[in-house]
Design a binder for this molecule. Sequence first.
Ligand SMILES: Nc1ncnc2c1ncn2[C@@H]1O[C@H](COP(=O)(O)OP(=O)(O)OP(=O)(O)O)[C@@H](O)[C@H]1O
Ligand SMILES: [Mg+2]
Length: 337
Amino acid sequence: MPGAIYAEGLVKTFGDVRALDGVDLDVPEGTVLGLLGPNGAGKTTAVRCLTTLLTPDSGKAVVAGIDVLKHPNEVRRSIGLSGQFAAVDEYLTGRENLQMVGQLYQMKAKEAKARASELLERFNLADAADRTSKTYSGGMRRRLDLAAALVVSPPVMFMDEPTTGLDPRNRLQLWEVIQELVAGGTTLLLTTQYLEEADHLAHDICVIDHGRVIARGTSDQLKAQTGGERVELVVHEREHMTPAAEILAGFGKGETTVEQHTRKLTVPVTGGAKLLAEVIRELDTRGIEIDDIGLRRPTLDDVFISLTGHVAEEKEDGNGSGAGAAKQSKRKKEADK
Ligand SMILES: Nc1ncnc2c1ncn2[C@@H]1O[C@H](COP(=O)(O)OP(=O)(O)OP(=O)(O)O)[C@@H](O)[C@H]1O
Ligand SMILES: [Mg+2]
């Protein structure tokens, strides 16, 4: 039986861009799917197709047991959506925004009022509740938008980068809200650029790039797939980064990642502590002073880099330079297959 969110062969093109190029998803009821991918991978397009805001060119989508293409209105009644960009009415107060959503969903006025108060409290907006939301900061709008998506408790929720722009405290609080929702049986698809968020919240993770799913599994499965441990070291002198990278390349089982601004180098290895000792000896022989060195298990960041050739939080669009140039790993061929 397909899950609460199901997609098969979803394709969506915009002119020459194949934003979705045959995406399959299956999210069991009561679980969280983390959809990861670099900028422009197709995450928002997938969310929009599944929430009836866009019609795919081809493919099938079933949400809460309802065919999205055949019965979009019914799907809308069964889902909640918090989009990538907060959609609140600027001229209404926070409280009015939430009450309006309740009334749109045919709640009684009293019930809508109570629910609004509860959510304003929950999302740390009680103090600002009666100010027009155009006076809100970015993070406050984001929270109001999330609260609006939770006014009715739909069985299936979509959140597109819910915690982007939230400060650490508000992010942790949102995580709690999400965990409670899911404990209560809600099925959630969330997109994120924060891999620790997917690690923390998602039962399953789906990595997409160029509109295709390039990996899926639990966080542990993806990490195991990336294989081996990493030697991570920080050199003391910036000019030692190149010779250190050469040494690591000699020991590594994959490409060395270089982070210029922190003078940190990382390489996948096999051989554990013994190999670590050899690396240290070699660095010492070559007179390279190090501030820190260690062996660690792969993180979801490593998975992401090895799959897509990007670090997750790096922005590809816009002013473009920066971290991309600091990194030597290249987009792997698998990603383009
Ligand atoms: N309405 C549109 N018209 C033209 N191209 C579009 C449109 N929407 C999306 N695209 C293109 O489709 C691709 C996927 O975009 P999408 O917004 O789904 O990416 P994303 O994974 O959500 O990225 P981000 O992390 O930056 O939010 C991009 O190349 C984008 O430029
Ligand atoms: Mg997006």
